[in-house]
Ligand binder design. Structure first.
Ligand code: AMP
Ligand code: GLY
Length: 426
């Protein structure tokens, strides 16, 4: 079958790498892709939100399956376009339709969904222009710190953790009255702060059945010891040492099953990934957020640990036969370390030549490209997160060590990576 994968990050390189291992994968196209995905298939210069062009491409190339990597096309309704078009009925498209994608696209929608299905999450209230006035006294009496969330997609920047009431009220006003995050902050969720350790759980559902992929933990802060600004993710580990059988049973009983049953009960068209961002408070799992796609850089450790054929898994997702699929996992640990551009997550320059990509890599390590492209026959930096190295080992420490050895052979102007991924589990 011919497959089209949408996206251009490390997540997409890891998905492309895994897809090409399937005997069912004939031609693989990645749009727009990066210099790494070009090693797995054919990159197509097409925007992930240009649905007309995507449709024409799918028909021209006899694509049988479309896998949507990032959230934006899902939140904008790419699945609905495929569902409504008579000529695209035979195409398996992976992801929720627009209504279900609100699990990620609207924090208020996700909170209401969790409330309806009794899924544990932080206490909250939502505010918009109509009840703005009530928000001020609500914030004044709220325990500190206070979490403010822009309702809509805000490129990962829409969550603020305010340490004082003055700061919270000022930010609340900026979000609701000065459009701090544009339309995304027309509505704001005010939430109780949860103190605990985070992890990511990946559910694949056909809307009725589900399977769990290996779980992971990512490292969001730019600095070592989890200091400094938030980023898209600086590294990840899988499995997660504290997610033992007892904890995972709670996650399944209280979060995963009510989520999938909730989707089914509400008749929500959802055939794709549900990424559950969890926080462990004491011994209890609470949901911080849902995403309607895989995580990045979590995918770069999840795919290497997934032994099950990804094309078969995706087809079963689209066909509603996930009850026939068994997930097999590599027992080894996988860790990834992300190398970023100097200055990231602030402003940074692109276009620096990347050296060392041809160096021999240990059989236990994989290089996944993120923000890279090819210019005049040379691979150059093209984004904040540039590439990551995933390694297998018996331990987190061993896997991270192997990744860092590979990263020492790779270089570009301003290259930076965290040396301490997995530090709390040593
Ligand atoms: P989100 O965009 O919802 O993933 O939030 C971004 C990050 O903010 C999360 O990964 C958490 O680290 C943090 N966060 C979000 N909500 C809360 C909360 N209620 N309590 C503590 N931290 C939170
Ligand atoms: N690594 C977190 C995310 O993909 O949203």
């Amino acid at each position: 079958m011919n497959i089209l994968l949408l996206g251009s990050g490390g997540r997409e390189h890891a998905l492309a790498w895994k897809l090409t291992q399937s005997p069912h994968c004939q031609q693989l196209y990645i749009a727009p892709g990066n210099a790494g995905t070009a090693l797995c298939g054919t990159n197509i210069n097409m925007s992930v939100t240009d649905f007309d062009t995507i449709k024409q491409f799918v028909l021209d190339k006899a694509i049988g399956m479309v896998i949507v990597g990032p959230e934006e096309p899902l939140v904008k309704g790419i699945v609905d376009v495929f569902r409504k078009d008579a000529s695209l009925q035979h195409v398996a498209i992976i992801g929720p339709a627009q209504y279900g994608a609100q699990l990620e696209g609207s924090k208020a929608f996700a909170k209401k969904f969790m409330m309806r299905h009794n899924i544990p999450t932080a206490q909250y209230r939502e505010f918009d222009a109509s009840n703005y006035e009530e928000g001020i006294p609500y914030l004044q009496q709220h325990a500190l710190p206070i979490v403010l969330k822009a309702d809509g997609l805000a490129a990962g920047k829409g969550v603020l953790i305010c340490q004082s009431h003055v700061e919270a009220i000022a930010e609340f006003e900026l979000m609701l009255q000065q459009s701090k995050f544009g339309d995304a902050s027309k509505k704001v969720v005010v939430e109780e702060f949860l103190d605990g350790i985070e992890m990511s759980v990946f559910v694949v559902t056909d809307g009725k059945n589900y399977v769990l992929l290996p779980e992971a933990k990512d490292y969001k802060r730019i600095g070592e010891g989890d200091s400094g600004l938030n980023t898209g993710g600086m590294g990840a580990v899988s499995p997660v040492p504290f997610a033992d059988d007892v904890f995972m049973k709670k996650v399944i009983d209280r979060v995963v099953e009510p989520t999938v049953k909730g989707l089914e009960k509400e008749n929500i068209d959802y055939k794709g990934f549900v990424f559950v961002g969890l926080i462990k408070v004491g011994d209890e799992p609470l949901v911080i957020e849902y995403n309607c796609r895989m995580g990045d850089p979590e995918t770069e450790v999840v795919m290497p640990r997934l032994k099950t054929d990804l094309v078969e898994l995706m087809l079963a997702t689209a066909n509603g036969t996930l009850d026939k699929i068994t997930i097999e996992q590599d027992a080894r640990v996988a860790c990834t370390v992300m190398a970023v551009s100097g200055g990231y997550p602030g402003s940074y320059e692109k276009g620096f030549a990347i050296s060392g990509l041809d160096s021999p890599v240990d059989a236990d390590s994989l290089v996944f490209h993120a923000g890279t492209t090819t210019k005049d026959g040379e691979v150059v930096t093209n984004g904040g997160r540039v590439l990551c190295v995933t390694s297998y080992d018996e331990s987190i420490t061993g896997a991270v060590y192997k990744s860092k050895q590979v990263l020492k052979q790779i270089g570009y102007d301003g290259m930076y990576y965290r040396k301490d991924i997995g530090y709390e589990f040593e």
